[in-house]
Design a binder for this molecule. Structure first.
Ligand code: FUB
Length: 301
């Protein structure tokens, strides 16, 4: 596909943009960002759209981007193949990942083949990672209420130390994780969200949970295409009340974001179609600083 001059100008502007504007992290296609601050550096774990067929999300490895200052990003390329999980089907797709620093180790939550979520572990944020369990952490064929697609894991550690993993399409799911991360604890539950305005689609995918000033924010995509919307509540398990739109519809089929609060800043990471040759299967990761108003509403501008 030939790049239009306006798209080229946008891409170049994005690459040179300061932190408070939109920043493009890499010129390699990547999507579904999971941003973290580990050992004094920023790490973004991602779906590797650079190496998919362009027709499907069929890449088989995850991609890693690293920065010291949020301005210059090193693209470490595909850093972990889905074959790290011996139980995964041959050629299993590697989709939207998550990471967690926990008790001196680095954990990588990895949806494979839209049916299972694996857990890998490493002593360092950039690996090498090994399978932590020798079996899936969540398995559609094994676990009750795992939903249509156990994908898009997002992990939240609450102030009482309990660990929750959100995931799923069409119906948002949450399950508590064991304190040694050796498995799940209790049932997989549905997450209740109410108060959608009449024109909004319901929950689609890409759940994310964070806490700000004592309030829990549950944000997610409303589907294909979808908006990133957010809802708030007083417990990490919900119920949540719809509050508003964080990212409007994009001109591609998916919308997927994550929020990192670090050094007094709230950073929104997401993907869009901004590079030449881009599209629904060739996405690019962007970052933008956002803020809250006095009532705790999330503001993008
Ligand atoms: O990248 C594959 C899938 O597209 C993700 O799992 C979804 O969240 C959507 O972004």
């Amino acid at each position: 596909m030939t790049m239009k001059r306006s798209a080229l100008a946008l891409s170049l502007a994005l690459l040179a943009a300061p932190v408070c504007a939109q920043t493009l992290l890499t010129r390699h296609f990547s999507a579904d960002p999971s941003p973290h601050f580990f050992q004094g550096k920023y790490y973004v774990y991602a779906t590797d759209d650079q190496n998919n067929s362009g027709e499907k999300w069929d890449s088989t490895s995850w991609r890693l981007l690293v920065s010291s200052d949020l301005k210059k990003w090193e693209d470490k390329g595909p850093f972990l193949p889905a074959t790290v999980f011996k139980w995964a089907a041959a050629g299993a797709n590697a989709w939207a990942p998550e990471a967690l620093e926990y008790k001196g180790k680095y954990y990588f939550f990895a949806p494979v083949n839209q049916t299972q979520i694996g857990l890998a572990v490493s002593d360092k944020p950039d690996g090498p990672f090994v399978d932590a369990l020798g079996k899936p952490l969540v398995d559609k064929a094994r676990d009750a209420n795992a939903g249509a697609e156990p994908i898009d894991p997002a992990v939240f550690v609450d102030k009482d130390g309990r660990i929750y993993m959100y995931f799923g399409t069409r119906v948002p799911k949450v399950v508590e994780l064991a304190q040694d991360l050796g498995g799940t604890v209790g049932p997989i539950r549905d997450v209740a969200v109410s108060g959608f305005p009449p024109k909004s689609k319901p929950y689609g995918e890409a759940p994310f949970l964070h806490r700000h000033k004592g309030q829990y924010y549950f944000s997610f995509s409303t589907g294909w295409p979808g908006q990133i919307v957010y809802a708030t509540g007083s417990s990490p398990l919900g119920p949540f009340s719809y509050k508003g739109v964080l990212i409007d519809y994009l001109k591609i089929s998916t919308n997927h974001h994550a929020i990192l609060e670090q050094a007094g800043k709230t950073l929104l990471f997401y993907h869009d179609n901004v590079l030449p040759g881009g599209g629904s299967h060739k996405r690019s990761i962007l970052m933008q600083e956002i803020r809250y108003d006095a009532d705790g509403n999330m503001l993008r501008q």
